[in-house]
Design a protein around this ligand. Structure first.
Ligand code: AHM
Ligand code: MG
Length: 340
């Protein structure tokens, strides 16, 4: 843990460099990836901040003043990350929730030893109603020998991540990342365009305060999931009831629970037997963060970080949050299913 006094101003660049110095063997490539991601986050943040003005500022038919067709924000976010990252020589490829296949590094650029996986703008269906959205990212090291990243490189369990994080475009823009030395949060100061250390070494409360789940799916849950939700609500098992909070934007729900304690659940249901959320772009990076903050993430059977992915866009049920709340999920969901 780096020791900064509450009064010192620490930019994200400085923090990344100081963390890197603790590893004499580091080449600086991973730090470079994090700098580039922070830059992409600032560009996306600036665009998201003007989201409601798109129609006001753009010309008719979604053309902007330069005559370019105005892009949907999630496409903009996707392209911004790809363009910020593809030329650095640090990546051997990328995978995005917005794109069907691996994004190859163009031949004119050098290939590096890392793979970047990301959800460029999670919760973007909320953007029209001014609800926080986010970017989620994960970095793993290439394991195949060729120049370009192959499926095998991207389909690695979360446990092999070397860095992960998210950006929340909320009432302020925050970037939270980990390289396995704690989870650290930085708030964007828009007046100087810098991410400044605001939440060093985040520790998640061990007990839950908030429950985030979309219970309009209740009719499609099995009995164990229903029982678990009754337990969280204090209707079964005698525990203290959680407060229910559901934004419907994973980064926003996760971030609140990370700071305040609690659990986010997206259970399997009969309509979506693997839930909705994506293992590689959403569950794994947030699982790495939550574990670094002292919490847990499970698919109901095993740690999210131990799941061996088989497909790029694989979905997974997700129970992520405070240790005691996730343990309650594993305990309840592991019961033999009682059907009535
Ligand atoms: P997206 O990646 O298409 O934006 O979908 C993911 C979002 C999450 O942000 C959120 O937690 C979830 O979908 C909400 O789903 P639901 O509306 O089914 O509750
Ligand atoms: Mg998403």
């Amino acid at each position: 843990m780096l020791n900064h006094t509450a009064t010192s101003v620490v930019t994200i660049d400085r923090y990344i460099i100081e963390q890197e110095r603790q590893h004499p063997e580091a080449t600086g490539e991973l730090s470079g990836i994090l700098y580039d991601l922070a830059l992409a986050a600032k560009m996306i943040s600036s665009k998201v901040r003007r989201a409601g003005l798109a129609d006001v500022l753009g010309a008719t038919d979604h053309e902007n003043v330069q005559g370019e067709v105005q892009q949907k924000l999630d496409v903009f976010a996707n392209d911004t990350i790809v363009k910020a990252m593809d030329h650095s020589g640090r990546l051997c490829g990328m995978a995005s929730e917005e794109e069907p296949d691996i994004i190859q590094i163009p031949d004119r650029f050098r290939c590096g030893k890392y793979c970047l996986l990301f959800d460029p703008l999670d919760g973007s269906s909320n953007i029209d109603v001014n609800v926080p959205v986010g970017t989620i990212f994960s970095v793993v090291q290439k394991i195949t020998r060729g120049k370009h990243g192959e499926a095998e490189d991207f389909l690695q369990p979360g446990r092999r991540q070397v860095a992960a994080g998210y950006v929340i475009y909320g009432s302020s823009t925050m970037l939270v990342y980990t390289t396995g030395q704690g989870a650290h949060g930085f708030t964007l100061d828009p007046t100087i365009g810098e991410f400044l250390l605001s939440h060093p070494d985040i520790q998640m409360p061990d007990t839950g305060r908030y429950l985030s789940v979309n219970d309009s799916y209740e009719q499609y849950w099995d009995e164990n999931v229903k029982s678990l939700m009754r337990r969280y609500r204090g209707l079964e098992g005698g525990g203290k009831p959680f407060n229910v909070r559901y934004v419907g934007s994973l980064v926003a729900d996760f971030h609140r629970n990370l700071l305040g304690g609690g659990i986010f659940c997206y259970p399997a249901n009969t309509k979506n037997p693997n839930g909705k959320l994506r293992l590689l772009y959403e569950a794994n990076p947030l699982a790495f963060i939550v574990e670094q903050a002292g919490g847990l993430a499970s698919d109901g059977r095993q740690s999210i970080m131990n799941v061996q992915p088989t497909e790029l866009h694989q979905r997974t049920p997700l129970y992520i949050g405070s240790r005691s709340a996730v343990n309650a999920a594993v305990e309840t969901l592991g019961r033999e299913l009682v059907t009535v």
